[in-house]
Design a binder for this molecule. Structure first.
Ligand SMILES: [Ca+2]
Ligand SMILES: [Ca+2]
Ligand SMILES: [Ca+2]
Ligand SMILES: [Ca+2]
Length: 373
């Protein structure tokens, strides 16, 4: 079947379940319509998070689903049309909350690490390159690791991990040894971190860290020194109960900004970056009830990073877009039952980013394909 016909078939298969929403975007940007595929990908118990990458090197994006109560991740290999082969589950530590993908042993194949909230561990799964994984065991970290992110913090060419530990109030750098093992490096105090993102906020070429506080600590920014060290955290006031944080250039000025979601105030908080590692005060935008995750991607290809907010009680993924000047506006809201996390990537190879949603209430990943016009 031609690629074009596959795409049409996928849309038609959605039938009466199809949920579409046209995006009101500037004339310069592509108009995107999202259609939920009738077929979802089964994952494990209480699917809380999704991350995407091409895990088997076939050019199709794949999904790692994190199953909080399954104590596992489910690897879903993409067929290239928005559907997935039957998932394979891999045990990880107790109550994994989030996963990240990176090449931890330098063999060119993507690997997986999870933050195991209940077990105070980070689990590492090494990719075989064919989409299968072998456990490389777990590393003990501090209590209640909620999230983690990758970066080469000490510039040795080995991918490192930064872990947000809610109960210890630390971010912990795990320095990669290049063989899939890690050595604990710097730890730095931040208030009750729940979400973490690693990116270069001051443009010096060294990865920096930002965290979101599930208490009342707002957003903390820690600049990396390029040797694995982190400067003392600089705090920015924000809403309480921030669960998740993402970085992107929302206003198109070439510097990275931050977005965090609060399920205490049902808001999306946006902090515009000044490019030197400092940020402006948070601006709060309303979000549907109980937003629990935020991610960033340029959905419409206009050069401004867009924002995806997953709202558990809103049963939705809300898409926001930024603009020059820094104002963020809602594009559309996708009905997405049990939404706990969303990731945008091109799942069907048509050049537009589709959206994979962790459906925590149905133990599966729901797929929304985007099409122009
Ligand atoms: Ca693939
Ligand atoms: Ca690898
Ligand atoms: Ca490193
Ligand atoms: Ca930096």
């Amino acid at each position: 079947m031609s690629h074009h016909k596959r795409r049409i078939a996928a849309v038609c298969a959605a039938g009466s379940l199809a949920l579409t929403a046209a995006l009101a975007v500037p004339a310069s940007a592509a108009i995107l319509t999202y259609t939920q595929l009738a077929t979802s990908a089964a994952a494990g118990t209480n699917t809380r998070a999704v991350t995407t990458a091409d895990l088997n090197g076939d050019g199709n994006q794949d999904v790692v689903a994190v199953n909080l109560d399954g104590n596992s991740v489910t690897v879903l290999l993409g067929n290239g049309d928005g559907t997935f082969a039957t998932g394979t589950g891999y045990p990880v530590g107790t109550r994994p909350y989030q996963a990240t993908v990176g090449d931890f042993n330098g063999d060119g194949h993507p690997d997986i690490a999870t933050a195991d909230f209940g077990g105070a561990t980070v689990s590492v799964l090494l990719g075989n390159g064919d989409g299968s994984f072998a456990s490389a065991g777990t590393l003990a970290v501090g209590a209640a690791p909620r999230s983690l992110a990758t970066g080469d913090l000490n510039a040795d060419g080995n991918t490192d991990l930064v872990v947000a530990e809610q109960e210890t109030g630390l971010v912990r750098v795990l320095l990669g040894n290049g063989d899939g093992t890690f050595t604990t490096g710097t730890t730095a105090a931040v208030p009750t971190p729940h979400g973490v993102v690693v990116a270069d906020f001051n443009g010096d070429g060294s990865p920096d860290v930002a965290t979101a506080s599930v208490g009342s600590g707002g957003v903390s920014v820690l600049l990396g020194d390029g040797t694995g060290g982190l400067a003392t955290a600089v705090g920015y006031a924000g809403a309480g109960r921030l669960y998740s944080i993402a970085a992107g250039d929302f206003n198109g000025d070439g510097t990275l900004d931050l977005a965090a979601v609060s399920n205490g105030s049902d808001t999306l908080d946006v902090l515009l970056g000044n490019g030197d590692g400092t940020f402006g005060a948070a601006t709060a935008y309303p979000a549907p009830a109980l937003p629990v995750a935020v991610s960033a991607a340029d959905l419409d290809g206009d050069g401004n990073t867009d924002i995806l907010v997953s709202s558990l009680n809103g049963n939705s993924v809300t898409l926001f877009q930024g603009a020059a000047g820094g104002t963020v506006s809602q594009l559309t809201e996708l009905t997405a039952t049990g939404a706990y996390d969303a990731a945008a990537t091109d799942l069907n190879g048509d050049g537009t980013k589709d959206i994979a949603v962790a459906n925590s209430s149905a133990n599966r990943v729901d797929i929304f394909t985007a099409s122009a016009g």
